[in-house]
Design a protein around this ligand. Structure first.
Ligand SMILES: *Cc1c(COP(=O)(O)O)cnc(C)c1O
Length: 440
């Protein structure tokens, strides 16, 4: 299965056409393969754990649309539900049944009492910040370096030069005024959090963090970091916002919450809950959510929020995501991690594998001597990136589609079967050799 030729002619042609009309030829930067080089593959179809590009090459998919495709591609029941919904019309700008049921499903699975549906993870975190500021009457936000919360202006901030300084814009187009109320701290660093609260405690509206970061590679919280954040926020009248856009409904029935059980004031969701369509949400304590319009005065809205097709896809996906599915995802992920470790060990390639439930990533560290767990963005950055690029391309050539960056989680689906695992195992033997050939 998945014998891949190196024919990428039609992808290359489409990439040229795309580059003529779209900056960098893509509609989201990581798709462009800049970190690994080469021609991004334009996909034409997906079926179960496989995706097939326009040149007819088929890959075992370990990206899963960056998380959403928990059940695999074109799941028959999701497809049927979506087709039935589409045939009834695609949007009314009125409330519909599916959004009520999706809201109920989210409330049943997570600690949030009330939820508001939006269309992207970016919108969810942006709205959660506005709500936190509106509810507390405070301006400042604490975020952690290496945590990604979508392209929200105030969260595209880098740490300033001092230990505890206000953020500086992380990209042109974000003004200093916009990031002046953002404090960027190293992840897993309790002392930095304590110091920030000592300095700015009564001005901090919220701390936002990925529940278990996956956007710098998988770097889980250590030493009860989330519980510490929740307690520190509570003690200082700030809100704790747990961003589960990546982890929610993927790691467990609820998300990372199902692992550490730390109760946030507000949570954000996306990815899996849209079943491959644009749907996301933020939610939390009923008294906080009551600040939102039309119940309260914090404005938030969306023409396509709770869209009937997106909510049908998400609801059907969540209803199919049973305990058995999560057990299978855990097992598949453990097998994959073992296969990666075996292949890299055999070739003497140094690595660190970290996981958060079934999410995992492989860090191509310079050496394992004295290497400890990767705890933060600086640690994640110390990798031999050309080694990842060689590894990535060897996997691609052998029919396995990995995230095209060394700073991403690998995503499994419940559709991965023994044949696919065999394909991955064969690919890994070649990829480990390719990685070994790259010197530090
Ligand atoms: C993907 C992601 C987002 C942004 O979601 P979009 O739908 O891409 O806007 C926010 N937070 C986390 C943790 C994510 O992984």
């Amino acid at each position: 299965m998945a014998a891949v030729s190196d024919n990428t002619e039609l992808s290359a042609t489409l990439f040229d056409r795309a580059s003529a009309v779209t900056p960098g030829g893509v509609n989201s930067p990581v798709r462009a393969f800049r970190a690994v080089g080469g021609v991004p593959r334009f996909m034409a179809s997906g079926d179960g754990c496989h995706i097939t590009d326009v040149d007819g090459n088929t890959y075992v998919d370990l990206v899963c649309s960056w998380g959403p495709m928990l059940l695999g591609h074109a799941h028959p029941e999701v497809t049927a539900a979506v087709q039935a919904a589409v045939s009834r019309g695609t949007s009314y700008g009125t409330p519909t049944r599916a959004e009520v049921e999706l809201g109920e499903e989210i409330v049943a699975r997570t600690p949030v009492e009330k939820v508001r549906l939006v269309s992207s993870g970016t919108e969810a975190t942006m709205s959660a910040l506005r709500l936190a500021r509106g509810a507390t009457g405070r301006a400042k936000i604490v975020k952690f370096a290496g945590c990604y919360h979508g392209h929200v202006d105030a969260l595209l901030a880098q740490a300033g030069s001092g230990v505890i300084t206000l953020g500086i814009p992380g990209t042109p187009g974000v003004t200093e005024a916009t990031t002046a109320d953002t404090i960027v701290l190293p992840y897993n660093d309790k002392a930095a959090v304590t110091e920030a609260f000592a300095q700015y405690g009564d001005q901090i509206a919220a701390v936002i963090t990925e529940a278990s970061p996956g956007n710098m590679g998988v770097v889980p919280p250590v030493d009860n970091f989330n519980a510490f954040l929740a307690r520190t926020c509570k003690d200082n009248g700030a809100l704790f916002i747990s961003d589960e856009v990546m982890t929610g409904f993927r790691i467990t029935k609820s998300g990372w919450y199902g692992v550490d059980g730390v109760e946030p004031d507000l949570m954000t969701f996306g990815k899996v809950m849209g079943g491959g369509f644009p749907a996301a949400a933020f939610g939390g304590r009923a008294d906080l959510m009551a600040h939102l319009a039309p119940e309260g005065s914090v404005y938030q809205a969306g023409t396509l929020s709770g869209n009937p097709i997106a909510t049908t896809a998400g609801l059907t996906t969540l209803r199919l995501a049973t305990d058995e599915v999560y057990a299978r995802l855990d097992e598949t992920s453990a097998t994959l991690q073992r296969l990666v470790a075996t292949a890299l060990d055999k070739e003497g390639v140094p690595y660190v594998i970290q996981n958060a439930g079934n999410l995992f990533s492989v860090f191509f560290v310079e050496s394992t001597e004295g290497q400890q767990q990767i705890r933060d963005f600086a640690g994640a950055g110390a990798q031999v990136l050309p080694r990842f690029a060689a590894f990535f391309h060897a996997m691609l050539d052998a029919g396995v589609y990995l995230p095209p960056s060394a700073f991403e989680a690998w995503f499994v689906s419940a559709a991965i079967d023994d044949d696919a695992l065999a394909t991955v195992e064969t690919a890994l033997a070649m990829a480990a050799r390719a990685a070994a050939a790259v010197k530090n």
